[in-house]
Ligand binder design. Structure first.
Ligand code: PMP
Ligand code: GLU
Length: 394
């Protein structure tokens, strides 16, 4: 039946993170004791004060369609958040609320890219960027980085990747999957290059901004000359453990916001009303209310680095944010273990699934074929057990 499907969908890769999570769920259903370290999803419950706000919204009958771009008071809370946390001034006409940051990204691609427009993706990049870009008929241009540069793109690499067709650059800091955080100096270095190419727009995905163990998150939109050409994407999935509630948002030039609203209006309409109401409460809360989760991720980061450090052949950077480690495991390529030849990172991830019962994600999906991604958004006990199983299987 495949020939009845569009080329668009036939050419699209399945999200590797979601595919691995589904596979882990399926194996668990068959009775296997799988530890899932594949999905980037906080294992905390949503804080009670946010749940209460959602319950109140139900009782207050927030049941109708919301404005396509989000409730005005939510957009005001987002505007205040941008000012408070990022020193960015986004008016209400510059903000669009969507069904997750993933939809914000898809909206941007659909309203900004024409066929053949190139989008620079410092690799490793978040798994969905390249297929979202392709869906909009753009061309992802990967710029490979490695542990040697802490998985960060240098100004020279950016310059070399720019062509007359370059329309945008998309990146996340803190980065999924590498956990790398660009500091102000590094961002300014990239901005110096961008200044020479005024037609290039930047998507700055800051969904992990609060999960930053070094502190001092820097928004590229705040750097001289970048405000009018940056779209800042964020959401409540990660910092507030609200992944399933599906609220993300963007701040950017008013004409981008207007176009995204138009596109979303023909697509999905306003995001879930109850989740939007709860998001107001989440964003108005002081960061101190979620600090316990950030502290816990920090502890687990240190733990997983210690544990993985004991396994020969794992080469690691020290991630400063998000909740992933992205070890280079290419030293295993070419080896045969338990009758399985490991040719690449996908073979390695499947090997770990089969022989350690631990689900991870191949780095290939993130544009780096030498690595795997391990999410440490899991309990300390699970992490200890998972790493000891991996060690035994290797
Ligand atoms: N960007 C990055 C870097 C992510 O890790 C995620 C997590 N899935 C998203 C965007 C999308 O987040 P959501 O759609 O849950 O808001
Ligand atoms: N962002 C998370 C991850 O990278 C969630 C899964 C997804 O939306 O792809 O695992």
């Amino acid at each position: 039946m495949n020939n009845h499907l569009s080329e668009r969908i036939n050419n699209m890769a399945t999200s590797a993170t979601l595919a691995m999570a589904a596979k882990a769920r399926e194996l668990r259903g068959q009775g296997k004791d799988i530890i899932g370290l594949s999905l980037g999803e906080p294992d905390f419950n949503i804080p009670d004060f946010i749940k209460e706000a959602a319950k109140k919204a139900i009782d207050e009958n927030y049941s109708s369609y919301s404005p396509v771009d989000g409730y005005v008071d939510l957009k005001q809370a987002i505007s205040n958040k941008f000012k408070r946390d990022n020193n960015l001034e986004y008016g209400l006409n510059q903000i669009v609320v969507s069904t997750g940051a993933k939809q914000s990204l898809a909206n941007i691609a659909m309203v900004m890219l024409n066929k053949g427009d190139e989008v620079i993706l410092p690799a490793p990049y978040w798994v969905s960027y390249s297929d979202i870009v392709k869906l909009a008929e753009g061309v992802p241009v990967e710029v490979p980085t490695s542990i040697a540069s802490d998985f960060k793109m240098t100004p020279e690499q950016l310059e070399a990747a720019i062509t007359p067709k370059t329309k945008m650059m998309w990146f996340s800091s803190p980065c999924n999957p590498s956990g790398s955080v660009y500091n102000e100096k590094e961002l300014k270095g990239l901005v110096e290059v961008l200044k020479k190419h005024p037609g290039i727009f930047v998507v700055s995905d800051e969904i992990y901004e609060h999960i930053n163990f070094r502190g001092g998150h820097v928004s590229i939109a705040g750097i001289d000359g970048m405000y009018d050409r940056t779209i800042t994407v964020n959401g409540v999935s990660k910092a507030f453990a609200m992944t399933g509630w599906r609220i993300g948002y963007l701040g950017g030039p008013d004409w981008v916001a207007k176009a995204c609203t138009k596109f979303q209006g023909q697509n999905t309409s306003g995001a879930n009303a109850i989740a939007q109401r709860a998001t107001i409460t989440a964003l108005e809360a002081p960061i101190s209310k979620i600090q316990f989760m950030i502290d816990e991720f920090h502890k687990r980061r240190d733990l997983i680095l210690d544990l993985l450090g004991e396994i020969k052949g794992f080469n690691l950077n020290v991630p400063e944010g998000a909740f992933y480690v992205f070890p280079d495991i290419s030293s295993f390529f070419g080896k045969t273990m338990k009758g399985k030849k490991i040719n690449n990172a996908s073979d390695f991830a499947l090997y770990l699934l089969e022989f350690a019962n631990v689900a991870t994600v191949t780095g290939e999906a993130f544009g780096n074929p030498n690595c795997i991604r391990i999410s440490y958004a899991a309990s300390e006990a699970e992490l200890r057990e998972a790493i000891s199983r991996i060690k035994a299987a290797l």
